[in-house]
Design a protein. Structure first.
Length: 579
């Protein structure tokens, strides 16, 4: 044998089989090359139009229990909403269905969620998550859920926000329905909320998900108004960048991955006259959402909005003069947006898009059959909090509601403002009507009922204001940009003329029946976030002698319990409109 040579000493039958295989491979080479030159779709890749459904629930605010109304009918609660969502998922065949949460999933929640640090709400939505793996939002292309941040996700600061989303018990002392607490499964996205130290986003700016053999991208963005509507400590170390610019920044990156079906979860919104049925052309949408959409990249197709707790179902043009489907479905579990999309797999473009805003009424099917699994979760939750929430504080002679007069006054606003003025022994008190989150029903008033009215765990403050500052802060109700909520007051009465120019509408102010002295000093009671100029009421930042008092809930509980029984809630003509 020659050194380095190879002698095949295998049996004849093995050498014959190998030779046959070699000849077979040679024969198949033209076929293999033909396939490479004319590729067939990869496994699972769609060839026909793909039909996608998105069910969007904005501004849920931990509304697990019943008690809310829409159009004066009972609506919402987690079991009722779940029954509607599951019915929508099963009502018609689609290639893919997603559940989207455009912010304020938690925060300002009733006690069933708020007292449990909103963990029950996260567990509720986890029940809808398939193929999802939580904090690593890009870990599973098959995940059927996506969420973005709202302003109320920051109510307890960024450390608690991260725990709530990523999981773990941390330093909490509450009862955990699931222990250790697992965190959320959906995966949060946010393109415009960044750490001040390094400019990186708190969460992935976007995710790309598989949609029936094609791809769809979801980008998140939060309102830039957060610094004006929350206390600074809650957002320490965080910056909120321009919504439109932040969304557009990531569109080219998404396009480079061959994706052109782009949906934005935007926690900012507007207002529109409500209607029933699929999206109509035209419409009278107003508010911040219009300017944001107008500047969006031409490839953005859908904006799922929130924050204003209103109705939106319209087409608004983006920067390429292309129609963007924009939705918002009220708040507090009372409705959801049911969006239908058609995607062309050859181009990955959305070719058709329409939506219905579905009201989750409790007295109509499927709401008359609340989801059993969710009802069981709520029952376990209520069992944990009932020892505190079930304590009866007083009795209401009739419903005490947020319903406003033409001048903007409500019986519930008067009651809460009175409570804060009494707690701080102040001359006057101011609250914004946005702090009122639930009505008080006729009959027994429990601790839980009063917590639900003001679920912020905020602190009541007192400060000194001059008479001129009192007048100026009342005038700020009509400043530009318009504050999101008007003021409810206690200890004073005022008249305004809506026909006069902004800044000059107040025609009369009386403090405890005496005409306001612009040079005098008055002691005012108000919430902590108002004291920092929240909702645009910046005059309060110039108050002096500021001191903290009790929490908002303790203040209301103490005051309502001290009133003659039964409690009567009526408007008293504190605000008068002359035109």
């Amino acid at each position: 044998m020659i050194p380095g040579s190879f002698v095949d000493d295998r049996p004849f039958w093995q050498r014959t089989l190998i030779g046959f295989c070699v000849l077979l491979i040679i024969a198949l080479i033209p076929i293999i090359l033909s396939c490479s030159l004319h590729p067939v779709p990869a496994p699972g890749q769609a060839t026909a139009p793909v039909h996608v459904k998105i069910l969007a629930v904005n501004d849920f605010h931990g509304q697990l229990p019943a008690g809310q109304k829409l159009n004066r009918e009972a609506a919402g609660s987690a079991p009722v909403l779940a029954s509607y969502l599951k019915a929508a998922m099963n009502e018609s065949p689609t290639d893919a269905t997603f559940i989207a949460l455009p912010g304020d999933v938690v925060g300002a929640s009733p006690p069933e969620s708020g007292l449990m640090l909103d963990e029950p709400t996260m567990l509720f939505f986890n029940e809808f998550a398939n193929g999802c793996c939580g904090k690593d939002s890009a870990c599973s292309a098959s995940c059927n859920m996506v969420a973005t941040l709202g302003n109320h996700e920051f109510d307890k600061g960024t450390t608690e926000l991260m725990r709530k989303i990523n999981g773990g018990d941390g330093t909490t002392t509450i009862t955990h329905l699931v222990d250790p607490y697992p965190g959320e499964k959906a995966g949060y996205v946010s393109a415009n909320v960044v750490w001040q130290t390094n400019g990186t986003t708190l969460f992935a700016p976007y995710v790309i998900r598989n949609a029936g053999g094609t791809k769809i991208a979801f980008i998140g963005a939060d309102t830039t108004k957060i610094p004006s509507i929350t206390i600074p400590a809650n957002i320490a170390g965080v910056t909120f960048l321009n919504e439109t610019e932040s969304i557009n920044r990531y569109v080219p990156e998404i396009q480079q991955q061959g994706v052109h079906a782009i949906v934005v979860l935007l926690h900012e919104g507007g207002n529109q006259d409500a209607y029933v049925g699929p999206t109509r052309a035209g419409g009278n949408v107003t508010g911040s959402v219009t300017g944001i959409v107008a500047g969006l990249d031409p490839d953005v197709d859908v904006v799922l909005s929130g924050h204003t707790h209103a109705f939106t179902n319209a087409y608004l043009n983006n920067s390429g003069n292309k129609p963007v489907l924009v939705t918002q479905a009220y708040s507090y579990s009372r409705a959801f947006a049911d969006i239908d999309l058609t995607i062309d797999p050859a181009t990955d473009e959305i070719t058709q898009k329409s939506a219905n805003i579905v009201s989750a009424y409790a007295d109509r099917p499927p709401g008359t059959t609340p989801d059993p699994a969710t009802a069981a979760l709520l029952a376990a939750d209520e069992q944990a909090v009932t020892p505190l929430t079930g304590r009866v504080i007083a009795v209401a002679a009739a419903d005490i509601t947020r319903d406003q007069t033409d001048a903007g006054e409500s019986a519930l606003g008067d009651l809460v403002a009175d409570a804060q003025r009494a707690a701080m022994h102040a001359d006057v008190a101011f609250i914004t009507t946005g702090t009122l989150r639930a009505d008080i029903a006729k009959g027994n008033i429990t601790w839980g009922d009063l917590y639900a009215v003001q679920p912020f765990s905020g602190t009541v403050f007192a400060m000194n204001l001059t008479g001129e500052q009192v007048r100026n802060v009342l005038e700020q109700q009509w400043q530009s940009p318009l504050p999101p909520y008007n003021l409810a007051v206690s200890g004073l009465m005022y008249t305004f003329d809506a026909g006069k120019p902004a800044g000059h509408r107040i025609t009369d102010i009386r403090v405890n029946g005496v005409p306001l002295d612009t040079g005098a000093t008055y002691r005012a009671a108000l919430m902590d976030y108002l004291a920092t100029g929240g909702d645009g009421y910046t005059v309060f930042t110039r108050g002096t002698g500021t001191v903290p008092g009790p929490s908002d809930v303790d203040t209301l509980v103490s005051y309502v319990g001290s009133l003659p029984q039964p409690v009567n809630g009526t408007t008293e003509g504190r605000i008068t409109r002359t035109a």
